[in-house]
Design a protein around this ligand. Sequence first.
Ligand code: FES
Length: 147
Amino acid sequence: MNRKDFINNTCLICIGSSLSMVIPSSCSSSNYFTKTVVKNKELVIARTEFLNTTKGSSVNRKFVLARIDNWRFPICIYKIDDNTFHALLMECTHRSCELSPHGDFLICPCHGSEFDRTGKVQNPPAEENLKTYKIHTDKENIYVQLF
Ligand code: FES
């Protein structure tokens, strides 16, 4: 390989590596974090947080994420239907990496475990289901019992 080919190939590899780092981080930023409101040991989420309204049209979100002060991992709240929600701690039960939501699944970036939107293990190496939280609802809000 001559010098020109070496430089061209090296530049292409660098550009490809840079893009592969940028694309996943930009995709992950599309996950929606709700405002965190904790009252009486419950996380309170307005039902409207599951609507993504832009430019006059609205689309339902499958899930929203919430960060709680001093908690190491966020909570992912999946909406199954208007009266059914699941709240899952985003800590992998294998070795405690933070999970990443992808549609109806949570995937662990460390060793590839997968969990469904109810928190059940779908793929190893994790063997235990995710920690879940009780939920109740009213007309306006979803309440996640944190403690
Ligand atoms: S820490 Fe999640 S699969 Fe290992």
